[in-house]
Design a protein around this ligand. Structure first.
Ligand SMILES: Cc1cc2nc3c(=O)[nH]c(=O)nc-3n(C[C@H](O)[C@H](O)[C@H](O)COP(=O)(O)OP(=O)(O)OC[C@H]3O[C@@H](n4cnc5c(N)ncnc54)[C@H](O)[C@@H]3O)c2cc1C
Ligand code: FES
Length: 314
C-alpha cells in the first residue's frame, strides 16, 4: 500500500521579494523549503497559508500611517491567513506569491520583510476552487482584496483548461484599490473594458468598475457582472462563476448567478485563529442541501471556497 502525499505541514520559507504596489498593497514572493514541495504540488487555487508574524518588528515610526499608529502596537499572537496569487512548483523548488493589503499590526510588520529573511507558516490549508469538466466559459468576479486567489485560479485554468474562455470582472472602491494588478495606474484609461495586469498577461478580457468611477464603469462589480450576463445570456450548462471579495459583493454575485441559473463558487473570509478546524472561530452558516436544515461549516477547514447555494447569506 502506498502512503498518500502529506496534505499540510509547518514549513519555513525564504523571502525572494517584498515590494510595494501603490500605498496599501504589497507583493511578497517566498521560496519554500524543500519538504513543502510535495504538499504544495497538490495545492489548489483558493487554499491558503497561516503565516507566523509574531517575531517581526514594526517599521520605523515615520513609516506607520497615522490611522494605524494605535493598533500597530498590538502584539501579534495569532498567525494570519493569506491565499496565493500563484504557486510555481518547478524542479524541486516551490515559489509562492502573496499579494497583501496593509490593514493592521500584522500586515504592517510583513512590510518589513527583506530578501533572505525567513518566515514560518502552516499550509496549504482549506479547500480551494473546484474545476468541473466541460465548462466552455468561466466568469471571475473579484472585489477589492479578493483578487489574489482569482489571479491564481486564472493561471491554473489557462493551463488545465486551455479551451475554456475566461472573462474577469474586477471592482474596487477606487482606482488605488486596483493595485493588486501591478499596473502603472497612469496607463489605466477610463474605459469599460480594459485588460489589466496579470489578467492582461493571460489575455483575459476584463471589465473594470469602481464605486467612485475613478476607473472603468462607476458602480459595483456585481452590477457590471449582471449587465454582462443580461446582454450575453451565457448557457448555464457551459458556464461557471468564481467569486472572491467582500461578503456583500459575494452575496450579490451569488443572487445574480442563481437568477441566471449559473453554478457559482465563492471564497469567503472569516477572522481565523487556528486555521485548522480546532478553535471553531470561523463558522459559516450553511444550508444542508439534503434536508434544508441550517448547519454550520468551518471557513478554514470546509472552505474558504463554498458553492454559493450552500451558504445562508444574511
Ligand atoms: C482565507 C483567507 C485568505 C486571505 N487572503 C488574503 C490575501 O491574499 N491578501 C490579503 O491582503 N489579505 C488576505 N486575507 C485577509 C488577511 O488575513 C487580513 O487582512 C490580515 O490578517 C490582517 O491582519 P492585521 O493584523 O494586519 O490587521 P487586523 O488588525 O487583524 O485587521 C485590520 C482590519 O481588517 C479586518 N480583517 C482582518 N482580517 C479579516 C478577515 N479575515 N475577514 C474580514 N475582515 C478582516 C479587521 O476587522 C480590521 O478592521 C485573507 C483572509 C482569509 C481568511
Ligand atoms: S480558524 Fe479555528 S476552526 Fe477555523
Amino acid at each position: 500500500m502506498t502512503d498518500s502525499p502529506p496534505k499540510k505541514g509547518v514549513f519555513n520559507a525564504t523571502v525572494l521579494m517584498n515590494r510595494s504596489l501603490g500605498d496599501k498593497f504589497c507583493r511578497l514572493t517566498l521560496e519554500l523549503e524543500k519538504k513543502a514541495n510535495i504538499p504544495f504540488s497538490h495545492a489548489s487555487a483558493g487554499q491558503f497559508i497561516e503565516i507566523d508574524i509574531s517575531k517581526l518588528a514594526l517599521p520605523a515610526e515615520k513609516l506607520i500611517p497615522q490611522h494605524l499608529s494605535d493598533s500597530a502596537q498590538r502584539d501579534i499572537i495569532l498567525r494570519r491567513p493569506f491565499s496565493f496569487a500563484d504557486i510555481d512548483c518547478n524542479n524541486d523548488t516551490t515559489v509562492v506569491e502573496i499579494l497583501y493589503c496593509v490593514l493592521g499590526p500584522a500586515t504592517l510588520r510583513m512590510k518589513t520583510l527583506k530578501i533572505g529573511d525567513s518566515v514560518n507558516f502552516i499550509g496549504p490549508l482549506g479547500n480551494g476552487f473546484k474545476i468541473p469538466e466541460n465548462r466552455k466559459l468561466a466568469l471571475l468576479v473579484a472585489g477589492g482584496m479578493g483578487a489574489p486567489p482569482l489571479i491564481h485560479l486564472a493561471k491554473v485554468l489557462k493551463k488545465q483548461c486551455p479551451d475554456t474562455e475566461l472573462i474577469a470582472f474586477v471592482g474596487a472602491k477606487a482606482l488605488a484599490g486596483l493595485a493588486f494588478f501591478d499596473i502603472e495606474t497612469s496607463k489605466l484609461k477610463k474605459e469599460t473594458d480594459i485588460a489589466l495586469g496579470e489578467f492582461s498577461r493571460l489575455n483575459i478580457k476584463t471589465f473594470i468598475s469602481t464605486d467612485d468611477g475613478s476607473a472603468g464603469v462607476k458602480g459595483f462589480v456585481s452590477e457590471s457582472f449582471k449587465n454582462w450576463l443580461t446582454k450575453n445570456k451565457p448557457d448555464d450548462k457551459d458556464t461557471i462563476v468564481y467569486a472572491c471579495g467582500p461578503e456583500a459583493m459575494l452575496s450579490a454575485t451569488a443572487a445574480i448567478s442563481s437568477q441566471f441559473k449559473l453554478p457559482c463558487q465563492v471564497s469567503l473570509e472569516r477572522r481565523m485563529a487556528c486555521g485548522t478546524g480546532l478553535c471553531q472561530s470561523c463558522a459559516v452558516k450553511c444550508r444542508d442541501k439534503a434536508n434544508g436544515n441550517t448547519i454550520y461549516k468551518l471557513c478554514c477547514k470546509d472552505g474558504p471556497v463554498f458553492w454559493s447555494d450552500e451558504v445562508v447569506w444574511e
